[in-house]
Design a protein around this ligand. Sequence first.
Ligand code: ZN
Length: 363
Amino acid sequence: MHYEERFMDLIQRLDKGPVLCAEGYLFEMEKRGYLQAGAFVPEVVLEHPEVVTQLHREFIRAGSDVVQAFTYYGHREKLRLIGKEELLEPLQLNALKIAKDAANEFPDLDLMIAGDVANTNIYDPNNKSSLVEVERMYEEQIGWAKDAGVDFVVAETIQWTGEALIALKKIKEAGLIAVVNLAIPANDLTRDNDTPEDACKKFEDNGAEVVGLNCFRGPIHTMKHLIKIREKVSCHVAGLPVPVRTTDKFPVWFSLPDEGCDCIPNNRPFPVGIDNLYCNRYEMAEFAKDCQSKNINFIGVCCGAAPHHVREMAVALGRKPISYKYYPDMSKHFILGTDKTLSSINTKHQDKYKAEEKWLPKG
Ligand SMILES: [Zn+2]
């Protein structure tokens, strides 16, 4: 890294090429047993901060350029829902501190810290008091992020153009760089009936530096809209799908079925029975390359992301992140390997385990 790169902001970085952003803390913490599915409130930030730190470390080692504070769903409405509003400020401040401390463990990397605000779940365009409350929620969170010295703020997983515009207004009032990402429902429109590209144009016109999509959809059903957004706006575009094989019939994962399993309660894999519907690392690498070729430079993964996805995306972008040290090398596998020092009693068994012809790599 060149010395001057340390002083580049997000926009200057994006002007030069892709920026990788790992997210998905909520689902990973649920899987590890530190967070309850349903309400999805990140109390782990206060109860087990060391676990959050470790996940930040793993994403950094995998090549994420951004350390996003785990404030997602740690907002006032979520804490009201579980009767713990008094935890709001300590949770927010601790999440920001954990992110900064984790980044500081890697002084040789050019990491950026992101604040994060999300769907408030109380936005109602026809209810004036809800609009006031939404504004207040964004303002307090963005204030804490600004005080913590974040490099930029991501507003994400928002289904309403109107709600995202409030978040954007508050980020700009704080004088910070804004990344605004929508989560698009199955009918391909925001809840207030904008196409994703029209909504993103409104965000650009109101000062957003980066606009795009995150969550809800897998790579293919996210890319479908990113292409139209890229055509419509001049600013940078972001794409952070869930690493899930959504389908044309079920482009959003809430209703995606698992045809291979008949014991999932209510036949709804979302959110905790998704296992066999997840994309593998190679599929996410293809998404990253696709984004790069289309000048979609803020690239990442949302709920369901794990460090192996992020590392493969980094490698696809031509990088060698820290955990590249342990990148697969099957030449040393005891049966499938080619290393001359392997015992032939096992390697001669290889022909019993041939990959299907159609799955062999091209060339
Ligand atoms: Zn998500």
